[in-house]
Design a protein around this ligand. Structure first.
Ligand SMILES: *[C@@H]1O[C@H](CO)[C@@H](O)[C@H](O)[C@H]1NC(C)=O
Ligand SMILES: *[C@@H]1O[C@H](CO)[C@@H](O)[C@H](O)[C@H]1NC(C)=O
Ligand SMILES: *[C@@H]1O[C@H](CO)[C@@H](O)[C@H](O)[C@H]1NC(C)=O
Ligand SMILES: *[C@@H]1O[C@H](CO)[C@@H](O)[C@H](O)[C@H]1NC(C)=O
Ligand SMILES: *[C@@H]1O[C@H](CO)[C@@H](O)[C@H](O)[C@H]1NC(C)=O
Ligand SMILES: *[C@@H]1O[C@H](CO)[C@@H](O)[C@H](O)[C@H]1NC(C)=O
Ligand SMILES: *[C@@H]1O[C@H](CO)[C@@H](O)[C@H](O)[C@H]1NC(C)=O
Ligand SMILES: *[C@@H]1O[C@H](CO)[C@@H](O)[C@H](O)[C@H]1NC(C)=O
Ligand SMILES: *[C@@H]1O[C@H](CO)[C@@H](O)[C@H](O)[C@H]1NC(C)=O
Ligand SMILES: *[C@@H]1O[C@H](CO)[C@@H](O)[C@H](O)[C@H]1NC(C)=O
Ligand SMILES: *[C@@H]1O[C@H](CO)[C@@H](O)[C@H](O)[C@H]1NC(C)=O
Ligand SMILES: *[C@@H]1O[C@H](CO)[C@@H](O)[C@H](O)[C@H]1NC(C)=O
Length: 763
């Protein structure tokens, strides 16, 4: 849906309101007490970047020189304040000095991390027509005195933590045109008084906790946009829509649609979204009456049957179609020429089968067909989609080769063909995909050598070719993919040694080369993997991989789609897995320089020498597996300082001497040390004085974070919309602890998927 588009107003604003650089000297129009109030406001906002508010300088004319301020042409009073969205200091409340700006018509304070309640002094600014407090952390209830703002036309309170009931008093705002209350914790229902809001054209109230009947309300017939989540799958019938003849944008979620197959709606929609609305049947026939439809999303709605062929004939304007997460079956028509305007298609997670059509509208930018039962080949014609940004065909039954022509889709950002039955090689020509950020082809039957030409994909950050039949050496040019953060080549037939050039990958956080036939020693350059060397590993800032807001939609998409798995992983995880190869020689003695490493698996190789003392410096290590090698000598006592260690396996080596008796070391089971004939001390039975009492292992770091499921996950992707994208996901998470909890819960699930041993940990 088009909701995030509003975020772009910020940019437009900047362009329009930038004052000319060489401002001729003119009288200072700005009323002094108002400019002083604004300066106090600036001080309270603490714009640490000093970017947006740097033009607010004491003594200069706020009317003409200050970005974001405008004054009345006649009275010179400040009438509009719009401080562009930037992260403020968490904990800041909306400053009371704004009360001095009594002539304000418009107050935009979105996206500043404001906390506390909505201050009632705002109710005294009776000239306000626009009040935008969205994207903050405001809590408490909506003050009923907002009903006094008789001129109010646009009230935006979305993306906060407001609770309580909506004040019925808002129903008296007869000039109100747009009311946005989405993503809060409001309870009760939409007040019946809203039926009298005769000017209301937009009501956005999805993502709340309404616990009373919403579906029997009457809403004003002026409504053009209605975004609503119902409570507990309330049933919505035709009468609900009876008077809504002007409706153009409709989004409902968590409802049960109780509508007859012969219904002819009184409206003609441009956008229709039904998310998690139980339809439990075939495609609703009344949609065929919606001839102006441009965007249609019916997701997670238990839709069955086939996608009706009339869809394209009756809604020729359709450019966005999202039917993901249903039970749709059957095949897609081979003749897609009637899908003329289609740009984004998401049919993921259905039971669609048959071949993937060869002809697609040329403007396609997003094509997500993953998690279905598609078979057959990828037609070379797909290479004609020169606007394609995202192609996800993962988790199907696709056979044949990867067409070389895909290399002509020069705008591809994400290409995921994982978990199919593709064979043949990875096209050499993929080097032309200069925008590619993520290339995932794992779990296929691809063979041949890995084309070093891929090194030309200079923006590549995620490369996953694991679980295939690739052979030959790991190309030295791998070191040239300088942005690489994830390199997964596990479970192939690679031979030769790990190239020294691997150490050039300054951003690499995940290196999985396990289960190949890689020989030689671990290159000493491995300690140059800088992203794994920083102890306070904070992950990377998302906005760095896609330049600016141009690809913002794509960015949101990546988060929402399957690529999110990597996002979650990347933000916390650093991992090296070289297990089950033929590596030999000593581990570099300064290996412990990788102080940010969380998971290290070197098991099932022929490594020898002693365990480097420097391992004791990897303070963030969660899991260390050195089993089934030829390590000898004593276990260094330095390992006792690995207090986060949740899993340790040193078994089946030639270690000798006593096990360091620090509590972390003895907390692991006997199996962590078994198979070392000359090793003794607890927890091994050999001269252990307290074999019957074994303390449980220390919890690993994610255990310590309490579960909280209160916050919806989409909050995070919302936070990434324009403005906040600069801060990146991590900073947001740090600001708001409940997001953080939710975030780590996701991470748990992903970690368990990638690292199955974690399942055994009690979370
Ligand atoms: C202003 O922000 C900076 C950076 O976020 C912070 O270090 C500083 O403590 C803040 N100052 C106040 C007064 O909140
Ligand atoms: C702005 O400058 C005036 C005069 O120099 C001074 O009185 C006032 O306190 C200043 N205001 C702020 C907020 O610094
Ligand atoms: C609002 O949040 C703050 C902390 O962020 C808390 O102290 C306060 O009790 C909350 N107020 C309400 C009304 O929930
Ligand atoms: C709705 O939720 C609010 C806040 O949790 C509660 O006070 C109220 O009693 C609930 N109403 C009903 C009808 O359950
Ligand atoms: C539709 O409007 C009529 C006349 O204003 C009103 O009587 C009726 O209750 C409304 N119906 C619904 C479902 O809102
Ligand atoms: C899908 O809908 C079901 C109820 O029909 C709901 O329980 C579930 O959370 C929804 N899943 C998603 C991913 O929205
Ligand atoms: C890529 O596009 C060019 C120009 O349209 C065409 O000549 C070439 O054959 C295409 N390559 C492949 C492999 O389809
Ligand atoms: C890779 O890029 C270099 C220089 O940018 C170019 O000379 C070379 O031909 C490219 N290789 C491939 C396989 O595209
Ligand atoms: C790879 O990187 C090295 C060192 O940075 C550079 O000399 C070489 O030209 C690069 N090769 C290619 C094909 O880009
Ligand atoms: C389709 O809808 C699902 C569920 O709302 C969402 O996660 C996904 O990102 C959407 N796909 C596109 C292409 O917008
Ligand atoms: C280390 O790798 C081996 C072989 O790939 C695997 O069996 C073992 O479970 C891994 N250890 C951990 C702790 O994941
Ligand atoms: C512990 O056992 C080993 C052999 O199993 C023996 O060499 C060593 O002396 C014993 N140490 C103590 C303190 O009993």
């Amino acid at each position: 849906m088009a909701i995030p588009l509003r975020k772009l107003t910020g940019i437009v604003f900047l362009l329009f309101f930038c004052p000319p650089l060489s401002q001729p000297l003119m009288s200072n129009r700005c009323p002094s007490h108002e400019s002083q109030a604004l300066l106090r406001f600036k001080a309270a906002l603490n714009d640490s970047s000093n970017f947006y508010l740097s033009s607010w300088v004491n003594g200069t004319d706020c009317c003409t020189l200050w970005i974001g301020i405008s004054c009345d042409d006649n009275t010179n009073h400040v009438v509009s304040v719009e401080t562009l969205s930037f992260r403020g200091t968490p904990g800041t409340t909306i400053p009371t000095c704004l009360a001095n700006l009594s002539y304000l018509h418009s107050l935009y304070l979105y996206g500043h991390s404001f906390t506390g309640t909505i201050p009632t002094f705002l109710c005294l600014l009776t000239r306000l027509t626009v009040l935008d407090l969205s994207d903050n952390y405001l809590n408490g209830s909506i003050p009923s005195c907002l009903g006094n703002l008789a001129s109010l036309s646009d009230l935006s309170l979305g993306n906060n933590q407001l609770s309580g009931r909506i004040p019925a008093s808002l129903g008296s705002l007869s000039l109100l045109r747009e009311l946005r209350l989405y993503n809060n914790q409001l309870s009760g229902t939409i007040p019946p008084s809203f039926a009298h809001l005769s000017s209301l054209i937009e009501l956005s109230a999805y993502g709340n906790r309404f616990n009373e009947t919403v579906s029997s309300l009457s809403l004003p017939p002026s409504l053009q946009t209605l975004y609503l989540s119902l409570h507990h799958y309330q049933s919505i019938s035709e009468t609900f829509f009876h008077n809504l003849t002007k409706l153009s944008y409709l989004y409902l979620s968590d409802c049960v649609l109780n509508i007859s197959t012969t219904w002819i709606p009184p409206f003609d929609l441009s956008e229709l979204g039904l998310g998690s609305c139980m339809i439990d049947g075939e495609f609703p026939p009344w949609i065929s009456t919606q001839i102006s439809l441009e965007a249609l999303a019916i997701t997670n709605a238990s839709l069955v049957g086939v996608i009706p062929s009339w869809l394209w004939e009756t809604s020729p304007q359709l450019n966005y179609l999202n039917l993901s997460g249903n039970h749709l079956e059957g095949s897609l028509f081979s003749n897609t020429s009637s899908w003329m305007k289609l740009q984004e298609l998401d049919l993921a997670r259905n039971k669609l089968s048959g071949c993937i059509p060869s002809m697609w509208p040329s403007y396609m930018s997003i094509l997500l067909l993953n998690d279905n039962l598609f078979s057959g080949n990828i037609h070379p014609n797909l290479g004609k989609l020169s606007n394609l940004n995202m192609l996800n065909l993962a988790n199907n039954k696709i056979t044949g080769v990867i067409p070389v022509s895909l290399s002509n889709c020069s705008l591809l950002i994400v290409l995921n063909l994982g978990n199919n039955s593709l064979e043949g090689s990875l096209p050499y020509e993929f080097s032309k995909l200069s925008e590619l950020y993520s290339l995932v082809v794992h779990s296929n039957n691809l063979n041949g050598s890995f084309p070093s030409s891929i090194a030309n994909c200079s923006k590549l950050q995620v490369l996953d070719i694991g679980n295939n039949l690739f052979e030959g050496q790991i190309p030295t040019l791998i070191g040239n993919i300088s942005e690489l953060k994830v390199l997964i080549m596990k479970e192939n037939k690679f031979t030769g040694s790990i190239p020294l050039e691997i150490g050039q990958l300054k951003h690499l956080q995940i290196l999985l080369l396990s289960s190949n036939h890689i020989s030689g020693s671990i290159p000493h350059t491995i300690v140059f993997l800088q992203a794994m060397a920083n102890e306070s590993q904070n992950g990377f800032v998302l906005s760095t991989y896609i330049n600016g807001p141009v690809y913002q939609d794509g960015l949101d998409m990546i988060l929402k789609g399957t690529e999110q798995h990597y996002q979650y992983i990347l933000s916390t995880l650093t991992s090296i897995d070289l297990s089950s190869n033929e590596l030999e020689g000593k581990v570099p003695s300064n290996f412990g320089d990788l102080k940010g490493l969380r998971l290290l698996n070197l098991s099932m190789n022929n490594l020898n020498g002693t365990i480097p003392k420097s391992f004791g410096e990897m303070h963030q290590l969660d899991s260390l597996d050195l089993s089934r090698n030829h390590f000898s000598g004593q276990i260094p006592t330095e390992l006792e300082s690995l207090s986060f260690l949740g899993s340790l396996d040193l078994s089946n080596n030639h270690l000798s001497g006593s096990i360091p008796q620090g509590k972390h070391m003895t907390g692991f089971g006997e199996s962590s040390y078994s198979g070392n004939p000359n090793l003794w001390g607890c927890p091994l039975p050999r001269n252990c004085s307290w074999p019957e009492f074994v303390p449980s292992p220390p919890p690993i770091y994610i255990n310590k974070i309490k579960k909280s499921t209160k916050y919806p996950w989409y909050a995070i992707s919302l936070g990434l919309s324009f403005g906040m994208a600069f801060g990146g996901i991590i900073s947001l998470i740090v600001i708001k602890i409940s997001w953080r909890n939710e975030y780590f819960n996701k991470v748990d699930a992903i970690l368990k998927f990638l690292f199955p041993w974690m399942k055994n940990l009690t979370l």
